[in-house]
Design a protein around this ligand. Structure first.
Ligand code: ACO
Length: 443
């Protein structure tokens, strides 16, 4: 067998000495040395592996991106084995304990914690952009009385691009910044309008004297009172939930934002793609399934039988397991604690006791230990949303408000990344070739 080693180092792959992968193509006997950088090889390096000059070159096949990094990112770090989540290097536990959602949004978007003055300006700018054009309100009022609030949010975020046509100038940093502020500011307004529509209640305009979470609660719950003052414990719990959902690196909706945004469309359209992805039950809808499951189990005494059924493969324990976390999801721990603060105000929810019992039994069981199945963020978030008075259809909407900061940060990072181009995967074609068209009368 002839062995011809080809050094393959272009395409930006700068490997430190010894950090290479040697591949032998048994079809040709040629050997290739591919640089390894940051634990990855560039898929385009494989294109150099050809049978002959006409060959397109080798590709990778990776449905669902199980082992493909699509970007370099300095925003969110996850160590799934250790249960670590950090935004810009700051542990989620510290941010949930000490920060506010708007400060976390600043951190994610700017890359550093703001000074007092920077934070005050940021809060002020977001607060004064909370109102939407009256036509946006009228547009939303055109939905059917029972429209799903997530569908309304998806459509209305997309519609904002028609109100701000200048947003298409995505290369202009100033224009871009204005849209960032608008998106963060208007998302809760659109979400609350969608909720009120669903309830057949008049939409409530933003109250710019209130904090970000308190204003949202006011737009949701205000009825005839002149001013709605949310309980500070509920306001804080909601802010913590927004913080916990603010980013989670390259998940389905964030990848959708990046992929659609790579066409250089305006940010409202790109974020609408993120909302659409989050609408799906495998992404933004698992917490609803947890609530349904707990209601079905009904009583602690039924937990052992339920777990037996899960182990027999009859169903899944919803809110358990994660593609990335093979340890306790750090967000689940924080939400579990926050539940108690909320219950101080709202009174206890028996579903929490049931969830705790289920968690205890599952965590001691060999089936779950072996498979490294731990509670994820959704195990407790539904319980807390319900305690805040939210119907299940609003769960993904609340998720979307929090995730907006992450979507924006990731979109901005992508725009400035010189390596990114329009997103365009390859395929393995499996259909027929060379068919001859037959007129319909002869078929
Ligand atoms: N209950 C019971 N068994 C489970 C569960 C579960 N919740 N999750 C995984 N398993 C088992 C699988 O049956 C499989 O067992 P096997 O090896 O004997 O076949 C093994 O654990 C590995 O599971 P996979 O499905 O391969 O893991 P994957 O990484 O593809 O799935 C997922 C991750 C989708 C989150 C899964 O754990 C699940 O369905 N969980 C319940 C739904 C849920 O809570 N989703 C929310 C995720 S967090 C979020 O999106 C914000």
């Amino acid at each position: 067998m002839t062995t011809e080693t080809q050094q393959s180092t272009d395409g930006g792959g700068v490997a430190t000495s010894g950090e290479t992968l040697t591949v032998t193509d048994n079809r040709t006997g040629r050997t290739y040395e591919i640089p390894i950088q940051d634990g990855t090889i560039r898929a385009t390096e494989l294109r150099k592996i050809k049978v002959d000059d006409d060959d397109f070159g080798l590709m990778t096949y990776d449905p669902a991106y199980m082992a493909t990094a699509s970007c370099r990112s300095a925003i969110t770090y996850i160590d799934g084995d250790r249960g670590i989540l950090e935004y810009r290097g700051y542990p989620i536990e510290q941010l949930a304990e000490n920060s506010t959602y708007l400060e976390v949004a600043y951190l994610l978007i700017h890359g550093h914690l703001p000074s007092r003055q920077e934070l005050d300006e940021w809060d002020h700018m977001i607060t004064i952009h909370t109102f939407v054009h009256e036509n946006v309100k009228e547009f939303m009022q055109g939905f059917r009385y029972d429209a799903h609030p997530m569908g309304m949010l998806l459509a209305s975020v997309g519609a904002l691009s028609t109100f701000y046509p200048e947003a298409s100038a995505i290369k202009d940093p100033e224009v871009r910044y204005t849209q960032v502020i608008r998106l963060l500011a208007k998302m809760p307004t659109l979400a609350a309008f969608a909720y009120r529509h669903n309830r057949g209640m008049p939409y409530v305009y933003p109250d710019n004297d209130l904090s970000y979470p308190a204003n949202f609660l006011s737009m949701i719950y205000k009825v005839a009172e002149l001013k709605y003052n949310a309980d500070p414990r509920l306001e804080r719990a909601l802010d913590v939930l927004f913080i916990l959902h603010a980013d989670h690196e390259q998940n389905c909706s964030t990848s959708a934002v990046r992929s659609v945004g790579s066409s250089q469309v305006d940010p409202y359209s790109a974020i609408a793609a993120g909302v659409a992805a989050l609408y799906g039950p495998l992404h933004g809808g698992a917490n609803e399934q947890v609530l349904r499951m707990l209601r079905r189990i009904e009583h602690k005494d039924n937990v052992p039988d339920f777990v037996k059924g899960v182990k027999a493969g009859n169903e899944r324990l919803m809110g358990f397991g994660h593609r990335v976390y093979k340890n306790y999801d750090p967000r689940a721990k924080i939400i579990q604690r926050a539940c108690y603060d909320v219950f101080e105000v709202t009174g206890t929810n028996p579903l929490l006791d049931l969830a705790l019992e289920l968690e205890k039994i599952a965590l001691e069981d060999e089936y779950f230990i072996e498979r490294k199945l731990y509670p994820n963020v959704d195990f407790y978030s539904g319980i807390i949303y319900e305690a805040l008075g939210m119907p299940v259809e609003m769960f993904p909407v609340l998720f979307a408000i929090g995730r907006t900061a992450g979507w924006i940060a990731q979109w901005l990072e992508m725009i400035d990344d010189q390596e990114q181009k329009i997103s365009r995967p390859r395929q393995i074609y499996t259909g027929p070739r060379g068919q001859q068209y037959v007129p319909i009368s002869e078929r």
